[in-house]
Design a protein around this ligand. Structure first.
Ligand SMILES: Cc1cc2nc3c(=O)[nH]c(=O)nc-3n(C[C@H](O)[C@H](O)[C@H](O)COP(=O)(O)O)c2cc1C
Length: 217
């Protein structure tokens, strides 16, 4: 059994990577036979879908597969064989990061068919989850319509991999080690650090529970 976490943050030790590591740790604690992998997208050179449609060409040699060849080609080939995939991204301007979006275009578009009810060419059912980390608090992100916005990609992934995606959102994250060094008047370092000390351990615990659920028999 294998679970893969995909980090869509440029920071290898940031909020998103930390939460993803807890998801993997939770899976491992639940079953020590589980293989875990953490992929840092920003270490690869790649683009989003180039709309070549080779993945949809009748009798084409790349039918159902991404024909673009770059650094993420081996990852795209292997990932649909995992038993669980966790996509983690910081929120940049109310969206997934561009790198995560490009990655998802490449992963999901080839297995998405232009047929009645939008079919799937995924080789098997895979449990998926989306982990978001963001500066905003829960009430503000809800007021800004984030859940509805993110739900679109979650439902595509859940539909294509045959099981609805799970979601874990982590709010009010700490961005800087020392807020006094940066021009930043809208966030209070004291309030952020207080929230971090009390809520982040709970979020890490939720991440471990998510990891255990994703690999449960
Ligand atoms: C370019 C950029 C844009 C951002 N836009 C938003 C945003 O629209 N909403 C939000 O809540 N946080 C925003 N943030 C804050 C990050 O989402 C947040 O700090 C996140 O937890 C960082 O994750 P990381 O530590 O894994 O990199 C932004 C950060 C950056 C660098």
């Amino acid at each position: 059994m294998k679970i893969v976490a995909v980090n869509g943050s440029p920071r290898k030790k940031g909020n998103t990577a930390t939460i993803l590591q807890h998801v993997l740790d939770g899976a491992k604690q639940a079953n020590d036979q589980v293989e875990t992998q953490l992929v840092h997208l920003y270490t690869y050179q790649y683009t989003g879908c180039k709309s070549c449609f080779a993945c949809k060409l009748k009798n084409g040699k790349s039918y159902g597969k991404c024909a673009l060849k770059d650094d993420i080609t081996p990852i795209l080939e292997e990932l649909p064989n995992a038993d669980a995939i966790v996509f983690g991204s910081p929120i940049y301007f109310s969206e997934l990061t561009g790198m995560m979006r490009c990655f998802l275009e490449r992963l999901l578009f080839p297995i998405f068919t232009y047929t009645e009810n939008w079919g799937s060419l995924a080789p098997k059912k895979v449990r998926t989850a989306f982990v978001y980390t963001m500066n905003l608090t829960k009430p503000v992100m809800e007021e800004w319509g984030y859940p509805e916005r993110f739900q679109k990609m979650e439902s595509v992934a859940g539909h294509l991999f045959g099981i609805p995606s799970e979601v874990l959102s982590v709010y009010n994250t700490v961005q800087f080690n020392d807020y006094s060094k940066y021009v930043c008047t809208v966030f209070s370092e004291e309030e952020k650090k207080q929230y971090r000390a009390t809520q982040f351990p709970i979020d890490c615990q939720k991440a471990e529970e998510l990891g255990a659920r994703l690999i449960a028999e």
